[in-house]
Design a protein around this ligand. Structure first.
Ligand SMILES: Nc1nc2c(ncn2[C@@H]2O[C@H](COP(=O)(O)OP(=O)(O)OP(=O)(O)O)[C@@H](O)[C@H]2O)c(=O)[nH]1
Ligand SMILES: [Mg+2]
Length: 310
């Protein structure tokens, strides 16, 4: 057994850290781990924080941790880095900007690279969050830079998605309208101490009003400034409000079911793939690829060939 399930369930740091490394390595023991965790899930609230590079995601999370800790909640952070190479579980101290919480035994911070397929990211983030959840952590935060597909994966893994933007340009708001509007439950217009914050705030609120008119939950837009310590309490209260909304509407339970469904699908895909690629089939594939280019069978023919009994 490459993990210490009792240690994890008792919230032991070392056991948690080792389990997270196992998730990151994604080796065969992971299946056993996820199976062992299953009966202990469903208590943690999962929040995704996304937005452009340098928008202040980590700084905001750092402040939110402070508020949550004061309320006696434990917090686990998974910082998903789509750009860096595999870090082997190293903590990106400065980038994460939560260093002052490292000594707090009620706070867990871990960064993960997105090695492997993008499709696997939500699965990986999920597995990591499950470790925290089973360990009794109250609030789990996924932080990720919003660059295309990655934030969608993270939104899949989260109950609440907070999108952080900065008042730099109206273009940015236009551009993100399309992608981030669908996944945002709450917007923070951060760096409200910068010029143009009010304008960006009004623009975004206008867009939300227009596009989300019929929605049950209209994503609130909150102005925040980490430097001036403004809007943090309001942001936290809004997150709390969304949590209550999710709970009362039954969405938290629905999310839980949805994640189980995704997990089952992932496991099936993995299993089918590994069963399919017998040595013989690998050989057939390789032999086909060694042929002169104009003699390689079409992919359709190749698949038909590979699906014969091997
Ligand atoms: N003026 C101002 N600066 C801020 C504010 N919030 C964060 N910053 C600064 O913006 C820079 C980036 O902050 P981070 O919290 O690292 O931003 P991030 O979105 O986590 O960045 P990445 O994870 O690298 O994408 C840092 O220098 C922060 O000190 C704010 O409200 N006002
Ligand atoms: Mg960051």
């Amino acid at each position: 057994m490459k993990f210490d399930i009792d240690g994890i369930l008792n919230g032991k740091r070392l056991a948690i850290s080792r389990a997270l490394s196992l998730v990151e390595r994604n080796d065969a023991d992971l299946i056993e781990l996820t199976d062992a965790l299953h009966g202990h899930l469903g208590n943690a609230y999962r929040i995704g924080v996304t937005g452009p590079p340098g928008a202040g995601k980590s700084s905001l999370v750092d402040r939110l941790i402070e508020v949550w800790r004061a309320a006696g909640k434990t917090v686990g952070v998974i910082s998903v880095d789509p750009t860096s190479p595999f870090t082997g579980g190293a903590i990106l101290g400065d980038r994460v900007r939560m260093t002052r919480h490292y000594k707090d035994t009620g706070v867990f911070i871990r960064s993960m690279a997105t090695r492997g397929s993008l499709g696997g990211l939500s699965g990986k983030a999920q597995d990591a969050a499950d470790v925290y959840d089973a360990a009794g952590v109250d609030i789990i935060v996924f932080e990720t830079v919003g660059v295309g597909q990655v934030e969608l994966d993270v939104a899949q893994a989260a109950d609440t998605t907070l999108v952080v933007i900065v008042p730099e340009s109206g273009d940015e708001i236009q551009a993100m309208k399309a992608g981030l509007m669908e996944i945002a439950d709450i917007f923070a217009v951060n760096k409200a101490d910068h010029a143009g914050a009010e304008k960006a705030f009004r623009e975004l609120r206008g867009i939300v009003e227009l596009r989300m008119r019929a929605a049950d939950w209209k994503p609130p837009v909150i102005k925040t400034s980490v430097v001036k310590e403004e809007g943090i309490a309001e942001l936290e209260a809004t997150i709390q409000k969304h949590y209550t909304y999710l709970k009362e509407s039954g969405t938290l339970k629905q999310n839980f079911r949805h994640r189980l469904r995704l997990k089952v699908r992932d496991l099936i895909l993995e299993r089918l793939q590994s069963q399919f690629w017998t040595p013989q089939r690998r050989e057939i594939m390789e032999a086909a690829m060694q042929k002169p280019v104009d003699e390689i069978p079409s992919p359709v023919q190749l698949v038909a060939l590979l699906f014969k009994d091997y």
